[in-house]
Design a binder for this molecule. Structure first.
Ligand code: OSB
Ligand code: MG
Length: 371
C-alpha cells in the first residue's frame, strides 16, 4: 500500500462521571485520532490510546501527537509499505507504543480492505464474541458502589473489576464479597502499592478474588515476583508489560499468572500476537484491557481479544457507559449475556462519525506527501 495523506485529530470527550483510580481521576478523555488515505482512496482510522497526562504510563496525548506527526508519518508517506516494513522503519523509536499503535492499526485497516479479509482473521483470531467485565472506578460511598455493582451484574457483565489503593481496599471489598458471594471479582491497584504494603495485600487473599492487577510499580516485575510467591491469589500485570519480551521475562521469573493486554500499551497488533504465543508457551492467561478509549481503538482491541489465549473477560464497556457520544457507529454494546461482538467487516469494521469528531475537536493537522 502507499499512503498519500495523513490527518490527525486531537479530541476531548467529556466523561459522564470522573473515573477514579490509584493514579488519580480521569475526568475528560483526550484522544489522538489518525485518518490515513492511500493511493486508491482507501481510508484507515487509528487511535493513540494515551491519556491527557503521563499518569498511567509515560505517554500522553501531546507526545503521541508529536511522535505521530513529526516522526512516524513522514516515514510512511508515499512509499510502498506493508505492516512488516512499517514495524522495521519505526523500530528505532524507543517506547511511545500508543503512538505506534495508532498508526499501525490504521495501516491494518487499509490492508484488510485491500485483501477483503477482516483483521481478526488476518491475526488468526478464533472467536467472534468476547466475554466482558466492567472496570469500576473508586467510589467513596459503599452504598453507591453497591448499586453500581448491582446494575452491572443485572446488565450481564461477567465479572467486575474494582479499583483499589492503600487505605481503600479490604474493608469495602469485604462488603461487596458479602453481598455477592459467587461473583467474579478482581481488583486493580494501578501501581499504588509497594512491598511495604505486603500485609494489606496478603489480607486480600481470603476474598476469593479472580486476580490482583498491577499492585506494585508501573515498571516493576521483580517485586511482583516476590509478591506472587506470598499470595494465593493470581497477580495480573498491566502497566509493566510493554512488549512480548517483557511478557516472557515476567513469565520466566513468575511475576504473574495472568496478563492484561492493552494493544496500545504494547505498540502493535503484531506484538499482541507474540504475547499470545508466549502466554500459550508459559500457560499464562490473557485478557483484553482497556483505557476508556473511543470506539476506534476499542474496535481493534476487540479483534485482538479474538486470539486464542484471551480467555478471561475483557475490560470493555458499552460506549454510552462513559460517554454521551462515541466517534464510531454503531455504538459498542454489551449484550445481556455479557459479550461484545468482534467487528467482522473489513477495515475497522464500524463507521466513523466525522460530526462527533468535529464537535469535540481541539486540534487538526493534515500532512500530504509532496510527491
Ligand atoms: O488500569 O486498566 C487500567 C482506564 C484507564 C487507565 C488504566 C486503566 C483503566 C481501566 C478502564 O481500568 C478499563 C476500560 O477501558 O474499561
Ligand atoms: Mg490496570
Amino acid at each position: 500500500m502507499k499512503i498519500k495523506q495523513a490527518e490527525l485529530y486531537h479530541i476531548q470527550l467529556p466523561m459522564k462521571f470522573p473515573f477514579v483510580t490509584g493514579f488519580g481521576a480521569i475526568s475528560k478523555r483526550d484522544a489522538v485520532l489518525l485518518k490515513l488515505t492511500d493511493e486508491n482512496g482507501l481510508v484507515g482510522w487509528g487511535e493513540a490510546s494515551a491519556l491527557w497526562a503521563p499518569v498511567y504510563l509515560e505517554e500522553d496525548a501531546q507526545i503521541c501527537w508529536h511522535v505521530m506527526s513529526d516522526l512516524i508519518i513522514p516515514l510512511i508517506l508515499n512509499v510502498d509499505l506493508e505492516i512488516d516494513d512499517y514495524l522495521e522503519k519505526t523500530a528505532w523509536i524507543r517506547g511511545n507504543n500508543m503512538a505506534r499503535f495508532g498508526v499501525e492499526t490504521a495501516l491494518w485497516s487499509i490492508k484488510s480492505q485491500k485483501t477483503k479479509t477482516p483483521i481478526y482473521k488476518l491475526l488468526g483470531g478464533v472467536r467472534t464474541k468476547i466475554p466482558v467485565g466492567e472496570s469500576i472506578g473508586i467510589v467513596v460511598s459503599t452504598n453507591e458502589l453497591m448499586s453500581i455493582v448491582e446494575n452491572r451484574v443485572s446488565e450481564g457483565y461477567q465479572r467486575i473489576k474494582l479499583k483499589i489503593k492503600p487505605g481503600h481496599d479490604y474493608d469495602y471489598l469485604c462488603e461487596v464479597r458479602k453481598a455477592y458471594p459467587k461473583l467474579a471479582i478482581m481488583v486493580d491497584g494501578n501501581s499504588s502499592y509497594t512491598l511495604r504494603n505486603l500485609n494489606d495485600l496478603k489480607r486480600l487473599d481470603n476474598l476469593n478474588l479472580l486476580m490482583i492487577e498491577q499492585p506494585l510499580g508501573y515498571d516493576d516485575i521483580i517485586d511482583h515476583a516476590k509478591l506472587q510467591k506470598e499470595l494465593k491469589t493470581s497477580i495480573c500485570l498491566d502497566e509493566s508489560i510493554m512488549s512480548a519480551e517483557d511478557a516472557r521475562k515476567a513469565c520466566e521469573i513468575g511475576a504473574c499468572r495472568i496478563i492484561n493486554v492493552k494493544p496500545g500499551r504494547v505498540g502493535s497488533l503484531v506484538e499482541c500476537q507474540k504475547i499470545n504465543n508466549i502466554a500459550k508457551k508459559y500457560g499464562v492467561k490473557l485478557w483484553l484491557g482497556g483505557m476508556l478509549e473511543t470506539g476506534i481503538a476499542k474496535s481493534y482491541n476487540l479483534m485482538v481479544a479474538a486470539l486464542s489465549e484471551f480467555t478471561l473477560p475483557a475490560d470493555v464497556s458499552s460506549s454510552k457507559k462513559f460517554y454521551d457520544d462515541d466517534v464510531t457507529n454503531p455504538d459498542i454494546e454489551v449484550t445481556c449475556n455479557g459479550e461484545v461482538a468482534v467487528p467482522m467487516g473489513v477495515g475497522i469494521g464500524v463507521g466513523v462519525n466525522k460530526s462527533t469528531i468535529k464537535k469535540y475537536q481541539l486540534a487538526y493537522e493534515k500532512i500530504i506527501s509532496n510527491e
